[in-house]
Design a protein around this ligand. Structure first.
Ligand code: PMP
Length: 460
């Protein structure tokens, strides 16, 4: 890319270090500068339109031009632009939202703690779990288990929970006390001929063995996304969660459901926990709670969590934890309006219906020679790209094929992200059938363009 001196692109390269970007390639290629949004579309500075098939970062449920969210933020800014919830202070929007979240949770819950991002929320859950174990007189119960390919954030502790190599390598992570067990990725991880059912049983047995090896009374909690997102959109086998929960119950281990992507309709139910009959002690939500119009996250917990924490804070004199902007009145007001819109417009039922349509249409791509698998549920999916369908492998450099595919798709005016060689699809909840057609037709066209590029790559 040739960048004009002093252009936005040149100034971006001059002054920004970008998240999840190869900083050296970026100096050559420059940024894609997005200027405005309209429904599920965004427009770049040159006016080119893109279908945002990732809903930003799996998060802009209501699309990019929902005026009611803007108005809710504006009203709240005028009434009370900031207040906090430290030291027993409170404000209406956080009270209303806490009540709303407890009442809408898919299992009996008791209290909400507000944070500002998915990472902060998971980090806080880890701290609260340690606090709780100390309160219960079980100081040895501090280990937690998450899964390879899982994604729970990027702070030191939440990146440790994350089970992806790029989040650990050269960051000196994971922290001790955070253990990883295998992911429910049948396509990639099952043995030849192993059924989904047998694979789920094996994963539960491996979890049991890990707990036994570490000592059951040292394990405090298990963290998992109902459907794994950033790890490649991994939908677990039907009986996976039931089998995992049986193991956790046997050892009295807490279950934390990270609903940061699944929450608020993504899987075709309000929560991913409903889709998979998960009964967590803690639910972590973010992203789609405000459609990302405001940074926001929340931890919804039951009394099994809350009661010991309350006792410990009473013993010490204070719960020594909290973020300045946690439960921000503007974010709370936006979240309340966002949830109101999701309910009023029946967007969860819409996600189920249009999601089923999207899944059917995407599966028509599965016969393509460069497609290993199409998977997904509701309005979240992945197209796994391969160079060799039988061996289920892409290029020797992981992500090389996926990277070309997402670039070609971008040229066609569709934004997706490759999770290595899996193209993730996660459009806004408001997407229509016509837009799904536009997306799938674009993918089909891109796969044809990809053939020439794929021929230049060597299979792993
Ligand atoms: N948990 C999950 C399941 C996520 O997908 C993400 C973000 N992609 C996070 C946690 C971290 O959220 P944040 O980027 O807001 O810290």
């Amino acid at each position: 890319m040739t960048m004009q001196p002093n252009s936005q692109e040149a100034r971006d390269v001059a002054y920004q270090l970008h998240a999840y970007t190869n900083a050296r390639s970026h100096q050559q290629a420059g940024p894609l500068v997005i200027e405005r949004g309209e429904g599920p579309y965004v427009f770049d500075a040159a006016g080119k339109r893109y279908l945002e098939a990732m809903a930003g970062l799996w998060s802009v449920g209501l699309g990019f031009s929902e005026k009611r969210l803007v108005d809710a933020a504006h009203r709240q800014m005028q009434a009370l632009p900031f207040y906090h919830t430290f030291a027993s202070r409170s404000h209406g929007p956080s009270i209303d939202l806490a009540e709303k979240l407890v009442k809408m949770a898919p299992v009996p819950m008791s209290k909400v703690f507000f944070t500002n991002s998915g990472s902060e929320a998971n980090d806080t859950v880890l701290k609260l779990i340690a606090y709780r174990s100390n309160a219960l007189g079980q100081p040895q119960r501090k280990k937690v288990i998450s899964r390879l390919r899982g994604y729970h954030g990027v702070t030191i502790a939440s990146a440790s929970l994350t089970g992806l190599p790029n989040n650990h390598r050269s960051f000196d992570l994971p922290l001790p006390n955070i253990l990883h067990t295998g992911s429910p990725h049948h396509y990639k991880d099952a043995a030849a001929g192993e059924s989904e059912e047998a694979f789920a049983t094996r994963r539960a047995e491996e979890l049991d063995a890990l707990i036994q090896k570490e000592g059951p009374d040292t394990i405090a909690a298990f963290f998992g996304e109902p459907v794994m997102g950033a790890g490649g959109v991994i939908v677990p086998p039907a009986t996976y969660w039931e089998k995992i929960q049986a193991v956790l119950n046997k050892y009295d281990i807490l279950l934390v459901a990270d609903e940061v992507i699944c929450g608020f309709g993504r899987t075709g139910k309000m929560f991913g926990c409903e889709t998979f009959n998960i009964r967590p002690d803690v639910l972590v939500v973010s992203k789609q709670i405000t459609s990302s119009y405001f940074p926001f996250s929340a931890i919804i917990m039951n009394d099994r969590m809350f009661e010991p924490i309350a006792d410990e804070s009473n013993k010490i004199g204070v719960l020594g934890h909290g973020f300045t902007a946690g439960g921000h009145p503007v974010g709370s007001a936006v979240a309340l309006e966002n949830l109101r819109i999701i309910e009023e417009r029946n967007l969860v039922a819409h996600a189920a219906e249009i999601g089923a349509y999207m899944q059917d249409r995407l599966r028509t791509l599965a016969d393509h020679p460069l497609v290993g698998e199409v998977r997904g549920i509701g309005l979240i999916a992945a197209v796994e790209l391969v160079l060799d369908k039988t061996r289920k492998v892409a290029a020797g450099t992981p992500g090389a094929l996926g990277g070309v595919a997402s670039r070609l798709l971008l040229e066609r005016g569709i934004i997706s992200r490759n999770m290595l060689d899996a193209l993730a699809i996660c459009p806004p909840l408001i997407v229509t059938k016509v837009q799904i057609d536009e997306l799938v037709d674009g993918l089909a066209g891109m796969l044809e363009d990809l053939k020439a590029e794929a021929a230049k790559l060597t299979p792993a």
